[in-house]
Design a protein around this ligand. Structure first.
Ligand code: SF4
Ligand code: SF4
Length: 199
C-alpha cells in the first residue's frame, strides 16, 4: 500500500492497461451490484434524455430509479472516533430476466456520454483499487480486467479516479447530513411510491 490519501494495492503501483471489452456483464445486476446515482448524474442524464422540469424528473425517477440503503464512515470534528451513518440513496432500477440496466442495448451503453460517474470510474473504484481480493474477484467477471490490455492508466490516473469518487460520496453524505438524512429534501421530485418500495 502507498501512503497517499487513497490506499492503492501494490499491484497497481506501476499502473495498468485496461479497456472495456463490451461484454455487458457489469451492466447486469444479477442481484450482485447496483449502479449508484448522485445528483450530478441525475441532472446530466435527465437532461440528456429530455426529461425537463419537476414533472420530467418525477417521470424519469418513476421509470429508471430506485431508493436503496447506503452508509458512510465519518468522524465528526471533535469526536473521538468515526461512526457509520446509514441513509438512503438512488440507484438504477434494473430490468428483464437478466436484471440489466435500462440503457444496455446490444451489450453497449446507449447513453455512453451521459453515463453515471460509477460507470465512468470503473474499474478504479476505491473498494477495487485498495483491496487486492476485490480486484481479483471482479476480474473473474470482467474479461477486460483479466486481459489487462489497451489503454494505459498510471498510478496517478488511478488515484485521481478514486479520489473523485470519494469526493462525490463525501459531498452527498454532507448534503444528506445537512438535510437531516431526508432524501426528499435533496430530491423532492421522488415519487412517494419509490420511497415506500425502498430497501
Ligand atoms: S464486465 Fe468489464 S469488459 Fe464487460 S462490459 Fe463491464 S467493464 Fe467492460
Ligand atoms: S449506464 Fe451504461 S455503462 Fe452504466 S450500467 Fe447502464 S448500460 Fe452499463
Amino acid at each position: 500500500m502507498t501512503t497517499t490519501d487513497i490506499k492503492l494495492s501494490k499491484d497497481l503501483e506501476k499502473g495498468i492497461h485496461f479497456s472495456c471489452l463490451m461484454c455487458g456483464t457489469c451492466c447486469r445486476g444479477l442481484d450482485e451490484g447496483e449502479v449508484y446515482l448522485y445528483d450530478e448524474d441525475i441532472k446530466l442524464l435527465a437532461n440528456h434524455l429530455n426529461f425537463k422540469g419537476f414533472e420530467g424528473l418525477k417521470e424519469f425517477a418513476k421509470k429508471y430509479l430506485k431508493v436503496i440503503n447506503d452508509s458512510f464512515l465519518w468522524k465528526e470534528p471533535g469526536a473521538e472516533r468515526k461512526r457509520t451513518y446509514r441513509f438512503k440513496t438512488l440507484a438504477f432500477r434494473f430490468t428483464g430476466d437478466d436484471d440489466h440496466c435500462h440503457f444496455l442495448k446490444d451489450n453497449m451503453c446507449s447513453i455512453h456520454e451521459a453515463r453515471p460517474f460509477q460507470c465512468r470510474c470503473f474499474p478504479f473504484w476505491q473498494m477495487m483499487i485498495s483491496n487486492r481480493s476485490n480486484f481479483t474477484n471482479y476480474s473473474k467477471k470482467c474479461p477486460g480486467l483479466r486481459e489487462l490490455k489497451g489503454n494505459f492508466y498510471s498510478k496517478e490516473n488511478i488515484v485521481e479516479w478514486a479520489r473523485a469518487e470519494r469526493k462525490l460520496e463525501l459531498n452527498y453524505f454532507l448534503k444528506m447530513k445537512a438535510n437531516g438524512f431526508d432524501i426528499l429534501k435533496l430530491y423532492p421530485f421522488l415519487p412517494k411510491q419509490l420511497l415506500e418500495n425502498g430497501d
